[in-house]
Design a protein around this ligand. Structure first.
Ligand code: KG4
Ligand code: ZN
Length: 337
């Protein structure tokens, strides 16, 4: 049994979790700064770093207490090494270093993107190989995960990330911050066919969302007040999710991999989850998945909503699966073939 304490401070959530064997969450605590950054319409890095500093010790204490374990029962300490805001990462890394030094336990620094994918190992039986659609506020990638420590990025966005597009369009529609969940909510009462927005004609497994963002802006400029916000949100969401879904299915089909894994904040989007649920292989009465037929049905994994957006359980899980022997110098995500 291996118990890892994970810390996440890459952006605006100060989080600590304690995870057993990479899959069982014993405790997961999070101090969100959303309310603080709301007034600025986005995350202010310097303010974020200061709040992490104020919260980090408390969140560690809360997680340890809630786990029912003592600090001495922790086998390793993990933290996010990047990508993220440099000042906020430094707070988590310093706290993790201090903890690992005091406890004389290994320190594992993991990549934030790899951690988002590893959120899918929590409470699940997922094993590689699989195709992962990683959609966060800063990144959009299609990743072929061959093994726990072996993967390849098949394609990525050439400009805005999917989450970034959600946030920018939400700001344009004056829906507030953070934008993704607001668009998700507004779109539920809208007509996705009301406006025809482009998918972004990019080849292979790459994406582009900046043209779509501009198309929404041009449409809004031509419309009279009050704006049909729900229809605009639904039509924009449809354009983003359509291309995310299509390229993921194409990657799985071309690579002959019948397992699809969603990851990152945008994986919390209701419409996106619904699209992938529609191609999920039906479970048989014996609890097994029906034989999956490439191009039609897939084993589909998506994290619980609380593990889609930033959290520390995914960091502890990533450290476990990256290999505990990779102490001190672990750079999980850069260990590509
Ligand atoms: O993974 P994440 O928490 O942080 C990064 O690593 O970037 O992702 C945050 C992003 C934000 O852009 C947010 O608007 C988006 O995920 N997001 C959503 C939803 N919930 C969060 N986008 C669409 N629908 C949602 N329900
Ligand atoms: Zn993230």
């Amino acid at each position: 049994m291996t118990v890892i304490l994970g810390l996440e401070t890459s952006c605006d959530e100060t989080a600590c979790a304690i995870v057993k064997d990479g899959r069982q969450v014993l405790a997961s605590k999070l101090h969100s700064q959303t309310e603080i950054h709301k007034q600025y319409g986005g995350v202010v890095p310097e303010i974020a770093a200061r709040y992490h500093l104020e919260s980090v010790n408390t969140v560690i204490e809360e997680a340890v207490e809630s786990s029912g374990l003592s600090l001495q029962e922790i086998d390793a300490v993990a933290c996010t090494q990047g990508p993220g805001l440099i000042g906020t990462l430094l707070v988590g890394l310093s706290a993790a270093k201090a903890l690992s030094w005091v406890l004389r336990k290994p320190l594992l620094a993991v990549d934030h993107l790899y951690a988002h994918i590893c959120a899918n190992y929590i409470d699940s039986d997922l094993e590689p190989p699989f195709i992962s659609l990683l959609v966060s506020g800063g990144h959009t990638q299609l990743v072929f995960v061959r093994d726990y420590d072996n993967w390849e990025v098949l394609g990525q966005t050439l400009d805005d990330a999917a989450g970034e597009a959600y946030d920018k369009v939400a700001r344009l529609l004056e829906l507030g911050y953070p934008g993704g969940p607001q668009i998700d909510r507004a779109a539920q009462n809208g007509n996705a066919a009301a406006f025809k927005f482009p998918e972004g004609a990019v080849k292979n497994f790459d994406f582009s969302f900046s043209g779509l963002k501009t198309a929404v802006l041009r449409t809004v400029e031509k419309l009279d007040e009050p704006l049909p916000v729900a229809d605009l949100a639904a039509s924009f969401q449809d354009a983003v999710n359509r291309v995310l879904f299509k390229k993921t299915i194409r990657a799985a089909t071309e690579l002959n991999i019948a397992k699809i894994v969603l990851a990152g904040g945008v994986a919390a989007n209701k419409d996106l989850r619904k699209r992938f649920e529609a191609v999920r292989a039906v479970e048989s009465s014996r609890g097994e998945h029906e034989e999956t037929q490439i191009g039609a049905r897939f084993s589909v994994y998506m994290p619980d909503l609380k593990y889609c957006t930033d959290n520390a359980a995914m960091v502890a899980a990533a450290a476990y699966f990256a290999g505990i022997e990779q102490t001190l110098s672990c750079t999980a995500y850069s260990r590509q073939p």
